[in-house]
Design a binder for this molecule. Sequence first.
Ligand code: ADP
Ligand code: MG
Ligand code: MG
Length: 892
Amino acid sequence: MSAYVYDLSQGNKDLKDLLGGKGANLAEMHNMGIPVPPTFTITTEACREYLTTGSEPASLAAEIDEHVTSLEQAAGKKLGDAQDPLLLSVRSGAKFSMPGMMETVLNIGLNDASVEGLAAQSDNPRFAYDSYRRLLQMFGKTVLDLDGDLFEDVLDEAKLSRGVASDTDLDVNDFKAIVARFKGIIAEQTGRDFPQDPREQLLAAVRAVFNSWNSERAILYRKRENIPAELGTAVNVCTMVFGNLGSKSGTGVAFTRDPASGAQGVYGDYLENAQGEDVVAGIRNTIPLLDLETIDKAAYDELMSIMSTLETHYKDLCDIEFTVQEGKLWMLQTRVGKRTAAAAFVIACQLIDEGIIDEAEALRRVDGDMLAQLMFPRFDPTAPKTKIAKGMNASPGAATGRMVFDSHEAVDLSVNGHKVILVRRETNPDDLGGMIAAQGILTSRGGKTSHAAVVARGMGKTCVCGAEELDIDVKNRTMKLPDGRMMRAGDIVSIDGTTGEVFEGEVPVVAPPVVQYFEGTLSEEEVAADDLVRSVARIMAAADKFRRLGVRANADNAEDSARARRFGASGVGLCRTEHMFLGTRRSLVERLILADTPDGRTAALEALLPLQRGDFIEIFEAMDGLPVTVRLLDPPLHEFLPDITEITARVAVAEKVGGGASEEDKTLLAAVERLHEQNPMLGLRGVRLGLSIKGLFTMQARAICEAAAERIKAGGDPRPEIMVPLVGDYHELQIMKDAIRRVEREVSEETGVDLTQIPVGTMIELPRAALTAGEIAESAEFFSFGTNDLTQTTWGFSRDDVEAEFFSNYLERGIFKVSPFESLDVDGVGRLVKIAAEEGRKARPELHLGVCGEHGGDPASVHFFDKVGLDYVSCSPFRVPVARLEAGRAAV
Ligand code: ADP
Ligand code: MG
Ligand code: MG
């Protein structure tokens, strides 16, 4: 018989699959000798069985009974005992942390009789009735699925009629009355009394936690965080300890370092005389954890020592939940804590310095997405702005949008393309949809450990919380400013999650310090003085040291090339020449296309040649000493001509009214009609174009050679590589290569500079090219995988047409986990890459292999390209640091 229930001594931190993160880490702490209330954990396996069959495993109830007996023995109390009852909490806990997404029920075991016993035992009847009403409330909401407001309203009423602001000001008689009303609500709403049998309470709570795996918000959260839906949650049944026994008791959450900035030193919130989620819920204002030192020095010291033990043990920032019961400290949870992108870099470097981890491990602790976040723009510090408040910098970033006070409205507006800021007194798990939809979140209550802060940080979403000067009225959709003015739903607000500042209206943005560092505009002193920048620099150096994969950039002009170089690119992997044919040069291309005599064509080409040469000279200069892969003209020619409907209409109108269309327009129309294609993506483009329009590709080759010759004469070191696009058969490349070689020889002779060593290679972007790569490599001196086109042609759908149409449907149904244009489809397109790389190298061992196309800057794809042994990836200049980092991560 398989065991569905584990006690603490049977678990450890590596059993998260089975025991969930919370259960595994409670066991780990217990085994380290840290005080954890006696607990047992029901496995995720039991949950999975419950969710698939609709009922729990047959043996589960008996196993639970057996383990309850152990808890009873440890506590010297009995569940349901009328004199001295054992109380339990029933807590969810999945493999991956899903903060606040599932359910927890506290104080299981209280009923009309045992509440009296608890009151007598603790000599504190107020506490007993407060605990009972919490059970009724959580049980009602979670297990019986009642509207939480039914209970909240009663509490609010009680406070109002007693003229007090806080729960702590209610006395035992208030709570007795509240208990009676809560029981009434349950009976009325469900037609049944609240179950007095603790065993029934316990089993019902366990099932409720199982069910909460499939709550709407849990499903939404998993989707967003890519957590598999089939894992299920474990259930921890934990002996209750009480933070609500009076002022010598309390409960708190803490981080071993600041999860927002990474700064050293513990960080946390504490609430005296409180239980459970009072801290995270943001309903009462917490005090800083440091103040616990003056309240209860012994408990504080023990907490500090446990936190440092945990950090050393987990070798990382930990977050914890704890309770002090009349001076005795209990740990209720720990895990390696979520943190902002900035904190991740800073902490990884601190841990290297502290000798806790090495550089390779530090690289594993950060990723390209985090780095990309640090490169997002910031509010311009010099721009004039109206600051209206300052709250806590809970999750960094600069966000501007219309204020919305309601999650549904946030979702609706954002679906319609509006940028919104979700403004709430505090958030709760039901706000998840709105938080995802919003640019940022602003709250007036709660600290850095409040729900809004924790969830926003986990999602990398900008958040300012606890801006207490703002009086947020959700019902009336208004926000009263400290100076008495009102802002309303729809007004624009800007929030700075890095500083905690809140501004009225829109604030312009500038490059953040990390980008300034990559740009090279920060001095050494400035880098040293900024924890984050210094850490990023250090991690990047480590990545560069470890990585095997080169990183180049896609750049079509000198400016982008120069930036790419500053950002650490070791060359240009894709220089698209069609971009050089736009603007004023368009008419020259038009002339080339319309030329009906060889002389006319030559004249058009001759006019283009010096312009192209000029472009290349600038790029080669910016990339002096580094390779520049120039792709010959790729797009279909008609892209350079006017739109067919436009020119048809113009000619038709001229024929009808004026004295007929001009000769010019008629020729143009004929050309447009001649070149019109149903399927231009699959039409006359790339090498096909080069083979059809005589002299076009050789003109480009000549421009490249002449530019190189000129740079060499000027003392430069140009390293061009000529790349032929859209090859499907080796003949195409062979013919083109012969022609290019001829040009190389000619220009060498004309200029007296040897240009015959310029490599000629091809893009691999058609399945046929990948499958015949061995033959193609006979002439190709390098391959560059054009994974955008290769994805289109492998799947048979065009990127420009499909994304809006059926992609979201495919994503929803799980046909794609992520768009294959965003992250390489490893099984299909990746297989072609692998085949082509292997067969190409077999034919030509020194064949140089790279990737251009969006995937070159995508973290997951970079790891794949490293694995299949490519030499470099090429991506947009701004993604270069991300690719460098991921290439380093791929190597460790
Ligand atoms: P979540 O996963 O949402 O953090 P938890 O299971 O950690 O939910 O429970 C929420 C809170 O309830 C805890 O932070 C703790 O304060 C309180 N709690 C849970 N179990 C106990 C217990 N056995 N004794 C005292 N408080 C508890
Ligand atoms: Mg918790
Ligand atoms: Mg292409």
